[in-house]
Design a protein around this ligand. Structure first.
Ligand code: NDP
Ligand code: GDR
Length: 358
């Protein structure tokens, strides 16, 4: 039985990858960080207490910023494959926490690669690095391929650039089977609520149920190549099953703006949009039963990535991969999930506001 170690198992991709690998018969080990509240909601359906029941999923406390925990986990697990998905993954937050972002997203990768080396696992353990289309930043070429030059535009992207190159360096210097997946944006109902797609579907659903009045966004003209996370984790695994390590762009080859995302999601639930330039202009307007989407400049980034569009030809040719879930299907799935959540929240609200009969 192959053993996989996933850092970031509690995140969007980690949860889908854990499902995928368990189905393939892997023993899956996940690194989770300590938090003051439960942070395992995305994998609770997979987890069984190993002291009570037979299971192939094991969790270990650890942190990308703590070499000792990484060394301990790698030594204990002796994995055949490591998927480094953990990261401070929010681009806007990286401007506010640049040093922490560098520590986790850049040095964290180095710490794992060093753990592989210090455990003499260079020949046994394959390594996947969650690289990103953010590396292209101020794009030099459209669409972007594995050969397009990078121009990172945030502390997040600069940190990920270090990880991209340290993975290649350890491949060349020590023969580690290390691959970069240059993944373009991928979403799902498990996407964190502060990324733009989930923020939109969640807000529209809440507006529909009267739980929220308006949706405030930053740059609505930004364009992204959005795929589905479930499709993309399959690629992460496929990359490590090749005869030799290589880096791949994973994308759909289709692009939409943030504004178009709002329009498509709103159409799905028959919500009419009223666009406002800024939140200030919006003050004093009635809602007229329509959904108000306004700009709030606090969501602008000091340097923005305006347009990303990937060319996944290499992955198609060499790995035989094509995404299965279409953009509109993904938006619908996200809208449906958030509608259900909003419906439950509105029922709870109604119950709490019911007059007490006693
Ligand atoms: P999420 O933000 O959903 O998940 C990030 C995971 O990393 C969580 O499990 C989080 O733990 C964990 N984590 C964060 N900081 C640390 C740390 N210091 N030590 C240990 N664990 C930590 O990200 P996604 O699942 O969306 O993305 C997975 C990876 O892929 C990330 O590296 C991201 O940068 C990269 N990526 C994502 C893309 C996307 O569109 N989703 C596209 C390209 C790359 P907790 O649950 O406790 O917060
Ligand atoms: P991104 O995703 O920065 O591409 O990084 P995000 O969804 O945060 O932003 C996409 C685009 O939408 C614009 N935007 C807003 N973004 C957020 N979060 N909130 C808003 O209110 C808002 N309004 C407009 C942004 O400016 C941006 O242009 C994601 C992360 O998953 C990274 O970890 C990953 O590496 C990249 O995708 C590929």
């Amino acid at each position: 039985m192959k053993k996989a170690l996933i850092t970031g198992i509690t995140g969007q991709d980690g949860s889908y990858l854990a499902e995928f690998l368990l189905e393939k018969g892997y023993e899956v080990h996940g690194m989770r960080r300590r938090s003051s509240l439960f942070n395992t909601a995305r994998i609770d359906h997979l987890y069984k207490d190993p002291s009570q029941e037979a299971t192939n999923l094991f969790l270990h406390h650890g942190d990308l910023t703590d070499s000792s925990s990484i060394q301990r986990i790698v030594a204990e697990v002796q994995p055949d494959e490591i998927y480094n998905l953990a990261a401070q993954s929010h681009v806007a937050v990286s401007f506010e926490e640049p040093e922490y972002t560098a520590n986790s997203d850049a040095l964290g990768t180095l710490r794992i690669l060093e753990a592989i080396r210090l455990q003499n696992l260079e020949k046994k353990c394959k390594f996947y690095q969650a690289s990103t289309s953010e590396l292209y930043g101020l794009v030099q070429e459209i669409p972007q391929t594995e050969k397009t030059p990078f121009y990172p535009r945030s502390p997040y992207a600069v940190a990920k650039m270090y990880s991209y190159w340290i993975t290649i360096n350890y491949r060349e210097a020590y023969g580690i089977f290390g691959c970069n997946g240059i993944l373009f944006n991928h979403e799902s109902p498990r996407r964190g609520e502060t990324f733009v797609t989930r923020k939109i579907t969640r807000a529209l659903a809440r507006i529909k149920y009267g739980l929220q009045k308006r949706l405030l966004l930053g740059n609505m003209d930004a364009k992204r190549d959005w795929g589905h996370a479930k499709d993309y984790v399959e690629m992460q695994w496929l990359m490590l099953q090749q005869d030799s390590p290589q880096d791949f762009v994973i994308a759909t080859g289709e692009q939409y703006s943030v504004r178009e995302f709002v329009e498509i999601a709103a159409k799905f639930i028959d919500l009419e949009i009223e666009w406002r330039g800024t939140a200030e202009e919006e003050k004093g307007y009635d809602q007229n039963g329509r959904c108000i989407v306004a700009v709030d400049k606090k969501y602008y980034r000091p340097t923005e990535v305006e347009t990303l569009l990937g060319n996944p030809k290499l992955a198609k040719d060499l790995l035989g991969w094509t995404p299965k879930i279409k953009f509109k299907e993904m938006v619908e799935e996200m809208m449906e999930t958030d509608l259900n959540e909003a419906k439950i929240a509105s029922m709870v609200n109604a119950m709490e506001n019911e007059p007490n009969e006693k």
